[in-house]
Ligand binder design. Structure first.
Ligand code: ATP
Ligand code: MG
Length: 420
């Protein structure tokens, strides 16, 4: 027996049902905000991520599935979507379309981290990116969209939104200096990773999950206290638009993002319902990234949501049924097998979901199959019915039964389903 690769998983049954629902709600919601779907490759040249995410980030330093292709080029399974989408935006010269560009993607990401509950090596993200708008109103609308996704999935009470501003290249250096000063005074408490981060990227120490580091970060200097006037105005703008939209949020001055490219607005949707994996979705503004990857100086903002974790949250609601078939046809070999096949496909072409027993077993067996599928109606065509060109249609919930002419069964079921 073969086993799957560590950190990878199979998704089926009830979870697949929820997965389907989440993707559907996401696509509908994204469209109402005028986002277009973007299908990206799962493999990119490694340099896209080294450059785009930052070579000192956890992802690039230790989590990428990177390997040399036969011609010696280093390629990587994508660990996230933003760097790929920016690569595609620049490569396809999409910046030449006037106005702002809004894209979304849904697909698998790969990170070689320690597998645990809610943390896998292949997981799925749905994300959006907006290119070409630098003002705070789009930040607020993007955060609103993230909130709206949770609302449309019926789980807004399970999540909360945290926002922060992490400054820009003109005010961050002064803040970084303050951070370095503070952490150097507490250097004995830092883990090995954070010692390395100290000079290169001190802000990332605030994101460390090590208990000892967490203790001292609680009193570390806050980025919001060192913002330049432009960043301050921008952050005030974001908050006032969020207030206008009545999005519930909290400012968390210690929240930073694990990727290098973020500036100003950072936000995270978190939950306390999934144990230690609390982040459901996260994003921020990345105004320098498009230029960094070879494009023009263009503003950008986006977020990514972890579908695996969202599906787990939705499953706490338990409203989706594993099976929900409209009709199960019960038929018998050489009596009504052909009629059943034709009727099944006549109903399917009207959008009704239909199944039947292709082995034409005993009536009782077929009823138990109908039960297993959760069929709302069964259509029985036994010898008597076949002789009269009729079918016995049973409403499985009400327990009532009616004899209907075979030619009228489809219309009858459509009418019944509409009333339900
Ligand atoms: P975490 O703090 O949990 O490591 P992150 O900051 O690395 O998350 P992002 O890179 O911002 O996560 O990705 C956005 C979302 O993708 C996360 O909020 C989470 O829901 C999901 N996600 C990230 N890594 C994984 C993983 N290994 N397995 C499952 N979901 C993940
Ligand atoms: Mg991570």
């Amino acid at each position: 027996m073969y086993q799957k690769v560590k950190g990878f998983r199979d998704i089926y049954g009830l979870e697949a049902r929820y997965w389907n629902k989440v993707e559907k709600v996401f696509r509908q919601t994204f469209r109402t905000f005028n986002f277009e779907e973007f299908y990206l490759p799962v493999l990119e040249k490694t340099e896209v991520f080294n450059r785009g995410i930052g070579s000192t980030t956890d992802i690039v330093e230790k989590e990428m599935f990177a390997f040399d292709d036969r011609d010696g080029t280093s390629v990587s399974l994508r660990p996230e979507g933003t760097a790929s989408l920016v690569r595609a935006y620049v490569e396809n010269k999409l910046f030449s379309t006037p106005g702002i560009s809004k894209y979304y993607y849904i697909g698998p990401m790969f990170r070689r981290e320690r597998p645990q509950k809610g943390r896998f090596r292949q997981f799925t993200q749905a994300g959006i990116e907006v290119f070409g708008s630098g003002g705070p109103s789009i930040d607020a609308d993007v955060i609103y969209l993230l909130y709206k996704l949770a609302e449309n999935l019926g789980i807004k009470d399970y999540v909360s939104m945290e926002i922060n501003s992490i400054g820009c290249p003109s005010c961050r250096p002064a803040y970084n200096e303050k951070l370095i000063e503070y952490f150097k005074a507490n250097i004995d408490h830092l883990c090995g990773d954070c010692l390395r981060r100290l000079d290169k990227n001190p802000m990332r120490i605030l994101d460390c999950k090590n208990e000892s580091c967490k203790k001292i970060t609680a009193d570390a200097p806050k980025a919001v206290d060192y913002l330049c006037d432009e960043c301050k105005d921008h952050f005030e703008g974001v908050k006032s638009y969020l207030d206008a939209l009545s999005v519930p949020y909290k400012v968390n001055p210690m929240m930073v993002r694990g990727l290098d490219y973020y500036v100003r607005t950072a936000f995270e949707m978190i939950t306390d319902k999934l144990g230690s994996q609390s982040a459901v979705g996260a994003g921020g503004r990345y105004d320098g990234l498009i230029q960094l990857l070879g494009g023009p100086d263009t503003a950008g903002i986006g977020f990514a949501v972890g579908i695996d974790r969202l599906v787990s949250l939705c499953m706490l609601n338990e409203t989706e049924k594993e099976n929900d078939l409209d009709v199960f046809i019960i038929s018998f070999k050489d009596v009504s097998d052909k009629t059943a096949l034709k009727l099944a496909n006549e109903m399917r072409s009207q959008g009704i979901s239909v199944d039947m027993d292709y082995d034409f077993r005993k009536m009782k067996k077929q009823f138990s199959l109908a039960d297993r599928y959760g069929a709302l109606f069964t259509v029985v065509i036994g010898e008597d019915e076949a002789a009269k060109n009729t079918a016995a249609v049973k409403d499985m919930q009400a327990g009532t039964q009616e004899e209907i002419e075979t030619a009228k069964v489809t219309a009858y079921i459509i009418d019944k389903l509409r009333r339900n």
